[in-house]
Design a protein around this ligand. Structure first.
Ligand code: NAP
Length: 320
């Protein structure tokens, strides 16, 4: 099978088509013929040899052996079910899947073997391209909200709200009955409002001031998709929680507790993946695709993502 991988860390140009043996599913696993794989910031960091959580070099990645194949989420068709695998999924069914890449096992591949817990049926009426954008950031957003433990009517702040993770947090928070105050650049205001934010404030390093203008007693919780960390923490009330999507170590600041969410611990959470599927079917989560590239143009896809400013996910098409 063909995959997109790299033999050395570096810029987008290191990505190339690699030929690999077809993976065979073992007990408890399924093999998916990938139609589409979404491109995330974490993939570009992996390609550059940088640890996503703390932005430091990650020599341990090289220990997995080259080529390395990136990609954390995919959609496609089940084409093999491993022996002794309990599932009601059938060969030929469309599924979405989440994967924490390791070695040559990543989503940028024609064929990917995953634990059966990591795949669920594709939402009704959704094609592989759009479906490939659901699992990874959907899970991260869902876990973030669970971590914040907010009750209906409480106020959540969201930074990076126009992004994939931030957008899902806004939509899930609205579905949970929260008051949502989200940041956005002027050009993204309508987008973020259309996702359900009650109030949209201008983004920036001093966004905490604007959150506090709307919620003078402080936010009950905050999902920090823009990774502003301590710059935004003072917008949260004492006793509140802040979820960071990158590693941020800090003792509580002004009584605000920091929680680092790591989706790698949740890629086998079938129940959450299934809830995400249903939320898409109910129209409560929207799948946003910025642009599609043929898989062999993965380098171009990474360049586009790294330029910043894409709204919706960049997706690699393995289907044609
Ligand atoms: N820990 C985990 O398990 C996990 C899982 C999923 C995602 N993540 C992380 O979550 C973050 C978001 O991921 P994503 O896929 O949603 O990325 P994305 O789609 O690129 O969204 C990030 C958003 O933040 C905006 N932004 C950047 N700097 C900002 C600032 N200073 N103030 C306000 N907004 C700012 C970006 O705008 P521009 O495009 O204009 O720069 C973009 O809209 C990434 O750091 C990713 O690595 C972590």
């Amino acid at each position: 099978m063909k995959a997109i991988g790299f033999y050395e860390f570096g810029g987008p140009e290191v990505l190339q088509v690699v030929e690999l043996p077809d993976p065979i599913p073992g007990p408890g696993e399924v093999r998916v013929r990938v139609g589409a794989a979404a491109v995330s910031p974490t993939d570009t960091l992996r390609r550059a040899g940088i640890r996503a959580l703390d932005g430091k070099p990650a020599p341990e990645l090289a220990e997995q052996g080259f080529p390395l194949v990136p990609g954390m989420e995919l959609a496609g068709v089940i084409d093999l079910i491993g022996p002794n695998t309990e599932t009601d999924l059938q060969v030929g069914e469309h599924v979405v899947g989440a994967i924490f890449p390791s070695g040559t096992r990543g989503a940028y591949s024609e064929l990917v073997v995953l634990p059966v817990e990591s795949v669920v049926r594709t939402p009704e009426g959704v094609d592989d391209i759009a479906a490939s954008t659901l699992a990874m950031n959907g899970l991260t957003a869902m876990v973030s909200l669970e971590t914040l433990q907010l009750d209906r009517g409480q106020t959540i702040g969201v930074t990076g709200a126009a992004g994939t993770y931030g957008g899902y947090v806004v939509q899930l928070a609205k579905a949970a009955g929260l008051q949502v105050i989200a940041d956005a650049a002027e050009k993204d205001r309508d987008l973020v409002r259309s996702l359900g934010a009650d109030v949209v404030v201008e983004r920036g390093d001093d966004v905490a001031d604007r959150f506090l203008e709307i919620a003078p007693d402080g936010l009950d919780g905050l999902a920090d998709g823009a990774v502003l960390n301590e710059k935004v923490a003072r917008a949260v009330k004492s006793g509140g929680n802040l979820v960071t999507v990158r590693h941020f170590e800090s003792a509580p600041v002004n009584g605000v507790t920091f929680h680092a969410v790591r989706v790698r611990h949740n890629v086998r959470d079938t129940d959450k993946l299934d809830r995400l599927r249903r939320l898409v079917e109910e129209g409560k989560l929207s799948l946003r695709v910025a642009r599609t590239f043929p898989a062999c143009e993965a380098a171009e896809a990474h360049r586009l993502l790294e330029l910043g400013g894409t709204r919706g996910r960049v997706v690699l098409n393995f289907g044609d």
